[in-house]
Write a protein that binds this ligand. Structure first.
Ligand SMILES: N[C@@H](CCC(=O)N[C@@H](CS)C(=O)NCC(=O)O)C(=O)O
Length: 293
């Protein structure tokens, strides 16, 4: 696995040898103009905070940018199309090293960068999305209450369930190196999709008639399903389209312009098919499938 260990970059290291995993602390209070979100249009986890920022129209108080689509052994890079306008870095490793010269751990997107301290203040998408949807709500131009007080615990608990059974599970399907692991992960993933399909037969959104943060945790996996997961990850026990309620729900969400504009399917395909050489050695990006939405 590609990691930093005490500030030194290892493109392929046994993580059990890692000294420790450093973490960051998100700001207690929102502050207009102070923070920048580094994300990747490809990453379903980075998509969470990016969706909250775009949908709630927080982009006048917090800037965002993406890393380059193609990922090599030196991790996430910036390029001419996706430059680092904040720090002028060549790659994300540099920013982790600048923020903490002794950092040990993975170098991942999303990253919340504090322009004042010149430091990383968060690299966990779940808590970042939660804070943006709550602590930052008073600064939003489109203040949709994604985490109403009476649903707070249900939302947190469903978000965890989605993370384990859908968002991460699809990677366990795609990166399985033996048949049994693939079969087990597939079973769990498709069982979860079935449960969600039933749930969405009873209500428009996951927690009822109003959109919540849980919907913004499920959606990133759904929009990558046909173009990437069904083909590249072999997550094709059933087609997403055959889960009628789930599919209707996805179409309903992507019809919202502030959501649709966060999805770049060309970038997503280029990233996954080009970068995962262990499962697609020649890096060929398929022409299809045709996406109807
Ligand atoms: N802690 C992270 C994990 C996010 C994550 O796994 N990001 C992936 C891209 S989808 C990444 O940057 N992987 C690079 C690596 O693991 O080296 C979160 O949920 O925010």
């Amino acid at each position: 696995m590609a990691v930093l260990d005490k500030g030194k970059w290892y493109p392929n290291k046994d993580v059990s040898e890692l000294s420790k995993e450093d973490s960051f602390h998100l700001p207690e209070i929102a502050a207009a103009g102070r923070y920048h979100l580094y994300m990747s249009y490809a990453c379903p986890f980075a998509h969470r905070p990016y969706l909250v920022i775009n949908l709630l129209e927080l982009d006048h108080v917090i800037t965002t940018s993406s890393v380059a689509a193609k990922r090599y052994s030196d991790g996430w890079l910036f390029d001419n199309e996706n430059p680092d306008a904040i720090n002028g870095a060549q790659n994300l490793v540099e920013l982790y090293q600048q923020a903490n010269p002794n950092y040990s751990g993975r170098v991942t997107v999303p990253v919340l960068w504090d322009k004042q301290q010149k430091a990383i203040v968060g690299d966990d998408s779940s808590s970042m999305a939660m804070d943006l949807a709550t602590k930052w709500l008073p600064l939003a131009k489109n203040p949709i209450e994604l985490v109403p007080e009476n649903l707070k615990e249900d939302i947190a608990s469903l978000n965890n369930w989605l993370h384990v059974n859908v968002n991460r599970k699809v990677y366990q399907v795609g990166f399985a190196t033996d048949q049994t692991s693939y079969d087990i992960a597939t079973e769990v993933l498709f069982d979860a999709l079935e449960q969600l399909n039933v749930r969405l037969g009873k209500s428009r959104y996951l927690h009822g008639g109003e959109m919540t943060l849980s919907d913004l945790f499920l959606l990133p996996s759904l929009v990558r399903f046909e173009a990437v997961y069904e083909v590249h990850f072999k997550a094709n026990k059933k087609q997403l389209k055959s889960f009628e309620n789930l599919y209707r729900y996805m179409l309903d969400l992507v019809a919202i312009p502030k959501i649709r504009e966060t999805i770049d399917l060309d970038y997503i395909k280029l990233h996954y098919y080009f970068s995962h050489k262990h499962i697609n050695p020649n890096g060929i990006v398929p022409a299809g499938p045709e996406i109807s939405w």
